[in-house]
Design a protein around this ligand. Structure first.
Ligand SMILES: Cc1ncc(C[n+]2csc(CCOP(=O)(O)OP(=O)(O)O)c2C)c(N)n1
Ligand SMILES: [Mg+2]
Length: 756
C-alpha cells in the first residue's frame, strides 16, 4: 500500500489528531472525477450493490463512530470520559448492522461503534450519539449498563452487552443460534422472529483463543450433523492484537477450509465493494441456518486504546501506512466521486457530527453518576423472596407429573424413603414437568443417564429435544446454557465433575453471572448448573473425580451456590433454584455430593437412616435457610455442609459418649451467599464451635463461616476448624489423609475439651 502523501506530512505524537486531520485534508485535496449525483435508489458507484441512500446512512454511522472515538480521546484527559478503546478503522462493520435486523441478537466486539450507530436506525426515536456518550461517561443514565461499564449494548436493539474479555462471548452466541432453532422443537415461543440469526464479532487475534476455537468447533460439530446453527461469526481482521501482528494471511488460511463453517470474505474498508460481500454472508447464514464465518477486512487507526502510544513501539512509516488505509478516507472518496457530496457538504457533515458528539459528551458529563454502593449492586443479584417462594411452591402441574411418573400411585412422594441420587432424579423429572421450557444437557446425560445414573430416564420422559448429550466441552455446555436462557428457556446444564467446571469457569464468572450487572438487569440468563461434586468416593478415586474446592464458585458475584446433603433437601433446594432463575433471572450452581448419591445408611450398615421421603411439590427450601439437627443442644455446635453433615451426626454420637456433650449439627445447605445472620444465630448460644469443611483449608467455606461468627461478636467462643488439606487429592486410601474424617471431628472436639 502506498503511503498517503497527506499522512506522511504528519509525524506528530497524537495520532488521533492526525487521523482526524487526514480526513479533512483528504477531502480538501481530493481531485478525482465526479459523477452525476445519484438518486436514493441508484447504486452509489456503478456496479455496487449499495444504493445512495444506504451509503449516505452508512457514512453517517461511520462518522458518528469516528467522532465518538475522537471525543473520547479529548475528554478522557478532562476526566469526562472513562474509556478509550475505539472503533476507528472498523467502521465498516456498520454494513453488518444494516444488512441484519435489530431482532438478530448481537454479541459484539468492542470496536462496534459503526455497527451500533447503524443498528440504532432500525427503531424510531433512538439516538446513538447520546446513548453512547452516556456510556462513555459512566453515567447512571446510560441506557445499556446504567453506568457500570462502557459497553455496546441495548435492550430494544437486541445487543447483549459484552465486557472486555475477548472471545468469551462466542460460545453463548452459538448457544443463542442453536436455541433459536431448538425453540420450535420444544414448542417454545421465541422473543424474536423464528428466522433470526445470532451475530458475533471479534478480532483477528481473538480468533485464536481457546474459547473462540471451541465455539467454532462446536458450530461445525453441530452443522456436521445437519443440525441448524445460524450464527454469523464476524472476524474483524485488522492484522494486529494490541501490539502483536497476526501473521499475514493467517485468518483466511485458518478458516477458509474448515468443514461445516462456511467462510466468506468482505472488504470492510470499502462500503461500495464490501456491501454485496457482507450481504452474501448474511443471506447464507439466514437462509441455510449454517454457521457462517465472515472474514471482514478492517484496519486499526489511533492505536489499541487511548493509552497505546503506538509511535513509541512502531515505526512512523508503518503508522502512516496504516493510517492511509483508514476506511473513512475511502468512504470520503466514494462520497465525492459518486457526486453524492460536494467537498463542502462532506466537511460540513463531518463537522456537524463532531459537534454533536462533543455536545452529547458534555451533556453526558452533567448527568448523574452512580454514587451509592447499593446502586452499583442493585442489578447484580435481584431477589424477590415472596415471589420466589410462591414460584418454588407452585404445584399446579399435577397432570403433567402424574403422566411423567406413570400414574398417581407411582408419584415419588408416595414411595418409601430413598437415597440422594434417586431423589435428585425425581426432582429433575418434576421440574422438567413443571417447566416445559427446561432443557437438560451435558456429557453422557441422555441414554446413559449420567455417570451416576442421576439423569436416568429423563430423555425417555422428555425426548431428545429437551434432554440430550452435548459434545465433550464444558465451555460449550455453559455457552449453550446461556444461549437457551437468552431465548427465554430455563436450562439445566450438567458439569460431569467439579474439577471440570474449572475448565469453563469464565463462562459463569465472566459471562453468565455478570449479565444482569452489566445490562442493569435488562438482560437475564437464568440457569441452574448441576455439578457432581466433592470427595470421599470409595470406588472412583483420584483428584479429578474428587475435587473438593468450591472456592472458584464462592466468590463469583451474584452466583447462588447450594449443596444438599440428603434427598429431600435436594428436591426442595432444586425447586427454589429453579424459581430463583425463573423469577429473578439468577444463575445458580447446584452441587451434588457424589459420595452421598448412593449413601443409604447413617450410623450402621443397613440402618437406612440416610434415606428420606420425597417432598411433594408445594414444599421448597428458602434461599439461605440451613437445616439444624438437635437445635436445643449447645455444648457443641458443628457448622458443616455436604459430606460433613452425616459425618458430623456420626461424630456427635461418639462425642456424647466420650465427652458427654450434646451436639447441634448445622447444615448450611446454601454456600453462597452465606447466610451470616443464620450462622450468627446458631453461634449465639454455642458453648463451643466446630467448623467442619470438607473443602480445602485456604479459601474454603469454613473461612466464611468463621468470619461470620467473629463479625457477629462470638469470636471468643472456643472454636476449632476441621478442614481438608491444601493439596490435590491422591488416589486410593491416601485420599482420606487429605480429607476430614470422623476421627478428626472427634479429635477436634477433644481439643476443645482440653481448652481451659
Ligand atoms: C481473555 C483475554 N485475554 C487478554 C485480553 C487483553 N486484550 C484485550 S484486547 C487484546 C487484543 C485483541 O486483538 P484482536 O482480537 O485482534 O482485536 P482488536 O483489538 O485488534 O480489534 C488483548 C490481548 C482480554 N481482553 N481478554
Ligand atoms: Mg486485531
Amino acid at each position: 500500500m502506498s503511503v498517503s502523501p497527506i499522512a506522511a506530512r504528519h509525524k506528530g505524537f497524537n495520532r488521533a489528531e492526525i487521523v482526524d486531520q487526514n480526513f479533512t485534508e483528504f477531502v480538501q485535496h481530493w481531485n478525482g472525477d465526479v459523477r452525476a449525483k445519484p438518486r436514493d435508489n441508484d447504486p452509489i458507484l456503478p456496479g455496487s450493490a449499495l444504493d445512495a441512500r444506504g451509503f449516505r446512512e452508512l457514512l453517517e454511522s461511520q462518522l458518528i463512530s469516528r467522532h465518538l472515538d475522537l471525543m473520547a480521546r479529548v475528554l478522557r484527559v478532562q476526566n469526562k470520559v472513562f474509556y478509550t478503546i475505539g472503533s476507528s478503522g472498523h467502521e465498516g462493520n456498520a454494513m453488518i448492522a444494516r444488512l441484519t435486523r435489530h431482532t438478530d441478537p448481537a454479541f459484539l466486539h468492542y470496536r462496534s461503534g459503526g455497527f451500533m450507530a447503524e443498528r440504532f436506525r432500525k427503531l424510531p426515536d433512538m439516538d446513538p450519539v447520546m446513548d453512547s456518550a452516556l456510556s462513555f461517561a459512566a453515567s447512571k443514565d446510560d441506557p445499556a449498563s446504567g453506568g457500570r461499564h462502557k459497553v455496546w449494548g441495548s435492550k430494544p436493539l437486541w445487543v447483549l452487552p459484552q465486557t472486555s474479555t475477548i472471545a468469551s462471548h462466542l460460545p453463548k452466541a452459538l448457544g443463542t443460534a442453536v436455541a433459536i432453532e431448538q425453540a420450535r422443537r420444544i414448542g417454545h415461543q421465541l422473543p424474536i422472529p423464528d428466522d433470526s440469526i445470532a451475530i458475533c464479532s471479534f478480532g483477528d487475534a481473538s480468533s485464536n483463543h481457546a474459547t473462540a476455537q471451541t465455539a467454532f468447533n462446536a458450530a461445525s460439530w453441530t452443522a456436521y450433523q445437519k443440525l441448524p446453527a445460524p450464527v454469523l461469526f464476524v472476524c474483524e481482521d485488522n492484522g494486529i492484537g494490541i501490539s502483536v501482528k497476526t501473521p499475514s494471511g493467517w485468518v483466511a488460511n485458518n478458516f477458509q477450509h474448515r468443514p461445516d463453517l462456511d467462510y466468506f470474505f468482505a472488504d470492510g474498508l470499502d462500503l461500495a465493494e464490501g456491501y454485496a460481500q457482507v450481504q452474501r454472508a448474511v443471506d447464507h447464514c439466514r437462509n441455510t441456518r449454517r454457521p457462517t464465518f465472515l472474514h471482514l477486512k478492517t484496519t486499526r487507526v489511533m492505536g489499541h486504546a487511548g493509552t497505546d502510544f503506538e509511535i513509541e513501539w512502531r515505526s512512523i512509516e508503518e503508522l502512516v501506512t496504516v493510517e492511509a488505509s483508514d476506511p473513512l478516507l475511502r468512504s470520503a472518496a466514494i462520497a465525492l466521486a459518486s457526486g453524492l457530496y460536494t467537498k463542502d457538504a462532506l466537511l460540513a457533515l463531518n463537522d456537524t457530527l463532531r459537534k454533536r458528539c462533543f455536545a452529547a459528551a458534555e451533556e453526558a458529563d452533567r448527568r448523574p453518576k452512580i454514587e451509592r454502593l447499593d446502586d452499583v449492586m442493585a442489578p447484580l443479584a435481584p431477589y424477590t423472596p415472596a415471589k420466589v417462594k410462591a414460584e418454588a411452591e407452585r404445584a399446579d402441574y399435577n397432570d403433567r407429573r402424574v403422566a411423567v411418573f406413570g400414574g398417581e400411585e407411582k408419584l415419588p412422594e408416595k414411595q418409601p424413603p430413598r437415597h440422594l441420587a434417586i431423589q435428585i432424579n425425581h426432582a429433575l423429572h418434576d421440574v422438567m414437568a413443571k417447566y416445559p421450557e427446561t432443557l437438560l444437557f451435558g456429557e453422557d446425560v441422555a441414554q446413559k443417564g449420567g455417570v451416576y445414573t442421576v439423569t436416568k430416564g429423563l430423555q425417555k420422559a422428555f425426548k431428545g429435544s429437551r434432554v440430550f448429550n452435548t459434545l465433550l466441552d464444558e465451555t460449550v455446555i455453559l455457552g449453550l446454557a446461556q444461549g437457551y436462557a437468552n431465548m427465554g428457556m430455563l436450562p439445566i446444564p450438567e458439569i460431569q465433575y467439579l474439577a471440570y467446571f474449572h475448565n469453563a469457569c469464565d463462562q459463569i464468572r465472566g459471562e453468565a453471572a455478570s449479565l444482569q450487572f452489566f445490562s442493569n438487569d435488562q438482560y437475564r440468563n437464568p440457569l441452574v448448573m448441576r455439578v457432581a461434586s466433592l470427595g470421599y468416593q470409595r470406588g472412583f478415586g483420584g483428584h479429578f473425580h474428587n475435587d473438593n474446592s468450591i472456592a472458584p464458585l464462592r466468590d463469583i458475584p451474584g452466583l447462588v451456590v447450594g449443596c444438599p446433603s440428603r434427598g429431600d433437601d435436594a428436591a426442595t433446594m432444586l425447586r427454589t433454584m429453579m424459581a430463583l432463575s425463573k423469577v429473578d433471572g439468577r444463575v445458580c450452581a447446584y452441587l451434588e455430593p457424589i459420595a452421598l448419591y448412593m449413601t443409604k445408611d447413617l450410623y450402621d450398615a443397613g440402618d437406612g437412616q440416610w434415606q428420606f421421603v420425597y417432598p411433594a411439590p408445594g414444599e421448597a427450601m428458602p434461599l439461605g435457610e440451613g437445616r439444624v439437627y438437635d437445635d436445643k443442644a449447645d455444648d457443641l455446635v458443628i457448622f458443616t455442609f455436604g459430606n460433613g453433615v452425616p459425618m458430623a451426626l456420626r461424630s456427635a454420637r461418639v462425642i456424647e459418649k466420650e465427652l458427654g456433650w450434646k451436639t447441634r449439627v448445622v447444615d448450611l445447605r446454601w454456600l453462597a451467599p452465606l447466610n451470616d445472620a443464620f450462622i450468627a444465630a446458631q453461634a449465639k448460644n454455642a458453648k463451643r464451635i466446630l467448623v467442619l469443611d470438607e473443602g480445602r483449608k485456604s479459601a474454603g467455606v469454613g473461612e466464611g463461616v468463621i468470619t461470620a461468627i467473629v463479625e457477629a461478636g462470638y469470636g471468643s467462643t472456643p472454636l476449632e476448624r476441621v478442614v481438608g488439606a491444601d493439596t490435590y487429592t491422591p488416589l486410593a486410601g491416601a485420599a482420606f489423609l487429605v480429607l476430614p474424617g470422623d476421627a478428626d471431628v472427634v479429635a477436634a472436639a477433644k481439643k476443645l475439651a482440653s481448652r481451659k
